[in-house]
Ligand binder design. Structure first.
Ligand SMILES: Cc1ncc(COP(=O)(O)O)c(C=O)c1O
Length: 420
């Protein structure tokens, strides 16, 4: 029986789409307005915003805004036209990728037009059908999608579980040996939901036992982790043992794009083979120049990272002191776990936004187990200690209300404004 594709789509809205009736424009696709920073406007009201990965607060720095504006005035958004391979390459692109990778601690790099697409192609190009990928079970969607594209076999290891990794590496190496292929381990520097770190030092230790290469996605680690902000590999002192490092600019750099860094021959191979770059337009020059400015600030102004960690430490130690469960985070990402179902969770968020003026993201099943709600707080260098104190007090009130059953009511009673 043949079906009409549109009919099928209309009948299956998808895991998020099914909640569009109550959540579109509020929980999903909310509009945060105003200058990027801790205070923005949501639903017509000023909110204290804890939901942007603008970790170092660079998004709204006057010198960053000026660099962006000057570059846009000089080049416009169109330049360069075409993919880098064909007609979209410039000296700026080449200079910037070199500078970025050398800061990260690798001799060569390739600038990517978008992080997500870049990562997909990195995995595709690094692996052949004879190879085997071993990846952390909580890997980001771009890693999962990269593996869908890759022809390699794959095994998953339990999140950050070295016994499980050892076991999977054992299987993977046997299979690779039979097939005449190699093994690639993929994990993240900082896991963006729970804030815990990939156990990079333990993983590279396993190189003594098994022959493999390792690729990390350090989207959240770049700029936040390590003595100089070079990332999670710097934090663990294992830059040399990590074979390929991927960084995205959507977080600390408060921008768009990414860089993959490795040995020159590997980067050359990626440059000539990554389809998401060969067949797509290169990063516009205002973004390249704006990114150069951001990198310079990250290199020369450690005070933004220091301020970030002052806020992170105050927030995380304050929450822990008040008995909140913030899980295993070791990075700025601050998850706050509550016992509760989806209905209670959505009511908590409405109360926070409408009555306390606090905006943060809510994460529910399947990212957290059923019966748990996670509120995800992203501290930045632009926040203040007063804002931290206010948030902890509000969370204490909300927790009390949750325990007393205040949020066990239908969502309509919480006065949600569903704005289209
Ligand atoms: C861990 C991780 N990897 C990759 C990406 C994708 O990067 P981009 O937004 O630059 O496409 C993100 C999200 O931005 C991320 O959180």
């Amino acid at each position: 029986m043949i079906v009409d594709i549109f009919d099928r789509i209309k009948g299956t809205p998808g895991p998020l789409g099914q909640y569009a009736g109550i959540g579109d424009g509020y929980f999903m696709f909310p509009r945060l307005e105003g200058e990027i920073g801790p205070e923005m406007v949501f639903n017509g009201k000023k909110v204290l915003n804890w939901s942007l990965n603008n970790y170092l607060g660079l998004a709204n720095l006057p010198e960053v805004r000026k660099a962006d504006a000057d570059a846009a005035a000089q080049f416009g958004l169109s330049a360069p036209m075409g993919a880098r391979m064909m007609s979209g390459n410039t000296t700026y692109h080449m200079q910037f990728e070199k500078d970025f990778s050398s800061f990260v601690g690798k001799p060569a790099g390739f600038l990517l037009n978008f992080g997500y697409q870049g990562m997909i192609s990195i995995i595709d190009v690094l692996t052949s059908r004879k190879d085997v990928i071993v990846y952390d079970s909580e890997s980001h969607a771009c890693i999962l999608d990269g593996m869908r594209l890759s022809l390699a076999k794959r095994f998953t290891f339990q999140h950050n579980d070295m016994v499980s990794l050892d076991k999977q590496l054992n299987h993977a190496c046997k299979l690779a040996d039979e097939q005449g292929g190699g093994v690639l381990v993929i994990t993240e520097g900082v896991f963006g939901m729970a804030g815990d770190l990939g156990h990079l030092a333990d993983i590279v230790e396993l190189k003594k036992k098994y022959p493999f290469r390792i690729l990390i996605d350090d989207a959240h680690g770049f700029g936040t982790m390590g003595a100089n902000g070079r990332g999670t590999a710097e934090h663990y002192g294992v830059i040399d043992q990590i074979d390929v490092i991927f960084d995205a600019f959507a977080k600390s750099m408060a921008s768009i794009g990414g860089v993959v860094s490795s040995e020159p021959e590997i980067i050359d191979h990626l440059r000539f083979n990554m389809r998401s770059q060969i067949y797509a337009k290169s990063l516009p020059l205002p973004l390249v120049l704006g990114n150069m400015k951001r990198l310079e600030i990250i290199k020369t102004h450690p005070e933004y990272r220091e301020k970030l960690w002052t806020i992170v430490n105050a927030l995380q130690s304050g929450l822990r002191k008040e008995g909140f469960n913030i899980g295993r985070t070791e990075s700025p990402v601050t998850p706050v776990y509550f016992d509760g179902d989806m209905g209670q969770g959505t009511n908590v968020v409405i109360d926070l936004r409408e009555n306390y003026g606090i905006f943060c993201s809510i994460v529910t099943y399947p990212v957290v187990p059923k019966g748990q709600i996670m509120l995800r707080i992203i501290p930045t260098a632009a926040h203040t200690l007063d804002q931290v104190d206010r948030t902890i007090s509000v969370f204490m009130e909300v927790k009390k209300k949750l325990d007393e059953g205040y949020y066990n009511r239908p969502i309509q009673d919480m006065n949600i404004f569903h704005r289209k």
